[in-house]
Design a protein around this ligand. Sequence first.
Ligand code: BTN
Length: 325
Amino acid sequence: MNVKEILINRLSLSDGEYISGAELARQIGVSRNAVWKAVKSLENDGYIIESVTSKGYRIASQSNKLSAEIITSKLNAKKLGKRIIILDKTDSTNNYAKNIAAKGAVHGTVVVADTQTAGKGRLGRNFVSPFGMGLYMSVIIRPTFSIDVAALITSAAAVASAEAVEKLCGNDVHIKWVNDLYMNGRKICGILTEASMGLEISSPDYVVIGIGINVRKFEFDDELGKRVSSIETETGKIINRNELCALVLDRLEYYMDNLEKRSHIDEYKRRELLTGNIITASIGTEKIMGRAVGIDDNANLIIETENGGRRNLSSGEANLVRIKN
Ligand code: BTN
């Protein structure tokens, strides 16, 4: 690590306390002038560093810069986040991750970008990703479990992301089947999981979990604005994206390690929004209407149709028609 990398590491571990230039110079083993130069260079990179004459330096809480060093310093996960790639801009972090996964990137590699020019949503939709406004991340998983178990990855990622957001802002986060996170009835996060099958068909070669969380308040076009929101809009709180990324990875690692036990499924059921309500669901070209009566242990949506039949849906799109009465 160079001086700049060590410096950002030390400052990010200080939990908002100032560290004097002399102390930093001693810890890093360089002159105070070298510390000062590294601070200037970090500011050039976009970090906001506060300096007070008698106290020293600290990272400003409003510093919104994505940083692999800061994410690492906050991370408890051992496998996820082993390698973190930060990009200013990419078409889609999922595309970037699939590309490097195909070339051998290791399990747990994470790609995070400040903006995506062609962010992808489910069912061929676009995911709006303005610069610095959200956490746009993709995690490469090389599963050791079967395809059946791998099908649970998306629901586990939804629970992991919901818990991370809730922990940082304190507000309730719900899940709308399959994998959208909602706050106060509006979507704040979407998840897109993409898998590549290798020659060995019992388990995917790799899976890319793409998570997009709207953090800051920003203007959506009229139609989208009715349904989509952000953490800041709903809570008034500005969440640090590095901290959020680390927490998502921590929770995701736990649920990935316990996927076969379906450790996330009770939390998924508890947070799910459609359950109990009259909904419509589209599965390919088929449309059905009925009451969502629950989620089964494979994270399928159970629908009781108008003629009294039951369907367990593993994928598709479902929307609320009427709230339960
Ligand atoms: C959806 O809402 O339908 C899913 C949205 C998934 C968005 C995330 S942002 C990071 C990753 N990269 C993408 O292109 N998509 C996912």
